[in-house]
Write a protein that binds this ligand. Structure first.
Ligand code: NAP
Ligand code: MG
Length: 481
């Protein structure tokens, strides 16, 4: 059976052309789909279409825009099971994780659909008599949305939905490793009746299309999630034109484990945050910083728990962890494991690729733990984005905080403790944008702001009410009556 072809979507039309393959990382014999390889000219045309559609869309009233977003959510809900299964096949995460993500995308669309009936502006009393003053929200214009493969549905959803509800039009460039999940959202927009040109989708290599996007006529904003290198380049380009920009990038997220923690849940939370989704969450834990008093016992229990994790094809029941997303990411994981051996010695568990039988068809890496890692080691400082955990020893809480903050990144962090004072010291002292307490460092909801600190992020936060700030601007009005 030949693989289905997924066209680009420009000005309300499906645009065919030469295609690239999207393969299943758990079974590389399976081609999930063929995606039309967009050209720089396609990006330009998509931006022109978005520019032309802006007037009509921005003048459509908010509740009417919201009604269309509710329809998008309903359409995704109708095909929920199939869309989740496709995500597992294109990205590798387990089916329960994929279902959780598609559910989140649906919820995000409904959340922002409701914003269409609010779009709250501001009003304040004037110092002058008989003057009424207020500020109304207005959209920013045309937004370029560039998304990564690791949350191939939720990240496109949490950029698209707030952009659209505020009245902007968009060009979305999905990740080449997993473009189908975003395509399904675009298809739902088409079926829901979102007017032509409001949403445009161009797949293809980011390095080939990036220049056309940052140079696109009429572009006003860029929202990017991905690696620090790409984000830095986009920022430089965007600043030439003074584009509004937000960047969500890499991390090296710590979980601090104190001796007073609920031991079993600390073990579970670290194993979950480090290894679920193959360690490919931007909020995953890659450093466990453990108080000396409990270090030996904790490491032993964590290794025992990790050895029980089942790695395999995420479509099969009982699998905890799927493959790396592609060969390049698997190679990065294995290269860092080799480096870890040089820096910290033999890993406490894992340490290689899984081979034999069905494993040979995919990019499976063993969940790997290095012990006694110290701050200067590269495996403690650089983002790996795979199932590799560095465990570090801290003398006490203050030492743990110092180690946790001693990196350029600041995306997420977690602490495992039952001490209320320590918890608040951590809340106020940790240099990260997303903090958890007695939970895994990964696993966020859409109702509150999302984003990091330090080198991990730039610009206004995403999600929750904060998303409205990036995708809208104010117009302030003074009226004498
Ligand atoms: P990436 O290589 O930077 O790719 C992200 C997106 O940018 C992809 O769509 C990519 O296209 C595109 N791209 C690449 N070069 C470009 C260019 N010159 N101009 C415009 N677009 C370009 O990152 P990734 O490897 O997909 O994702 C992993 C990274 O994302 C990790 O660092 C992770 O921490 C980060 N991440 C951060 C968050 C967060 O919220 N902070 C969330 C998820 C992931 P191609 O796919 O075609 O290369
Ligand atoms: Mg794929």
């Amino acid at each position: 059976m030949s693989a289905p072809v997924f066209a680009n979507y420009i000005n309300g039309e499906w645009v065919e052309g030469p295609a690239f393959e999207n393969r299943n990382p758990a079974n590389t014999e399976e081609v999930v789909g063929l995606f039309v390889k967009g050209s720089p000219e396609d990006v330009t045309r998509a931006a022109q279409a978005a520019q032309a559609a802006f007037k009509g869309w921005s003048q459509t009233n908010g509740p009417a825009r919201g009604a269309l977003l509710y329809k998008v959510a309903d359409l995704l809900d109708k095909d929920f099971e199939a869309i989740a299964a496709e995500m597992t096949r294109e990205e590798g995460k387990t089916l329960p994780e994929a279902k959780g993500e598609v559910r989140r995308s649906i919820n995000i669309f409904r959340y922002f659909a409701g914003e269409g009936s609010r779009l709250a502006g501001m009003m304040a009393p004037s110092e002058r008599d008989r003057v009424h003053m207020f500020a109304i929200r207005k959209p920013v214009g045309v937004a370029g949305l560039v998304t990564p493969w690791n949350f191939p549905s939720a990240i496109p959803a949490w950029k698209l939905a707030p952009a659209l509800i505020c009245g902007n039009t968009v060009v979305i460039k999905p990740a080449s490793a997993a473009p189908l999940s975003a395509w399904r959202i675009v298809e739902a927009c088409h079926k829901a009746g979102v007017p032509k040109g409001v949403v445009n989708y161009v797949a293809g290599s980011g390095s080939a299309l990036g220049q056309a996007l940052v140079d696109a006529p009429g572009l006003n904003a860029i929202s990017f999630t991905g690696s620090c290198g790409t984000g830095q380049w986009l920022h430089e380009q965007a600043s030439r034109r003074r584009l509004r920009i937000q960047l969500e990038m890499g991390g090296k997220n710590p979980t601090i484990v104190l001796a007073d923690a609920d031991f079993n849940s600390a073990v579970e939370n670290v194993a979950n945050a480090a290894f679920f989704s193959t360690g490919q969450k931007c909020t995953a834990t890659s450093r466990a910083i453990v108080e000396e008093a409990v270090y030996g016992r904790f490491v032993e229990a964590l290794v025992e728990r990790t050895r029980k994790l089942k790695v395999g094809n995420g479509m099969e029941p009982g699998i905890d962890i799927g493959p790396a997303v592609d060969e390049a990411q698997m190679k990065t994981d294995l290269d860092y494991i080799a480096l870890g051996r040089q820096e910290a010695g033999e890993p406490l568990c894992g340490g290689g690729r899984l081979t034999g039988g069905a494993y040979d068809l995919g990019y499976f890496v063993q969940p790997t733990i290095f012990g006694n890692v110290t701050e200067s080691m590269r495996i403690a400082r650089e983002e790996i984005f795979g199932p590799v955990l560095a465990v570090m020893k801290a003398k006490d809480f203050n030492d743990a905080m110092r180690i946790a903050n001693n990196i350029p990144f600041g995306l997420s962090a977690s602490i495992q403790t039952t001490n209320l004072s320590r918890m608040y010291e951590y809340v106020y002292g940790m240099e990260a944008g997303l903090l958890t307490v007695n939970l895994p460092s990964a696993g966020v909801e859409y109702q509150l702001p999302f984003g990091g600190a330090k080198d991990s992020s730039f610009g206004p936060k995403e999600q929750g009410p904060a998303a409205m700030e990036f995708y809208s601007d104010y117009k302030t009005v003074y009226v004498k009556y």
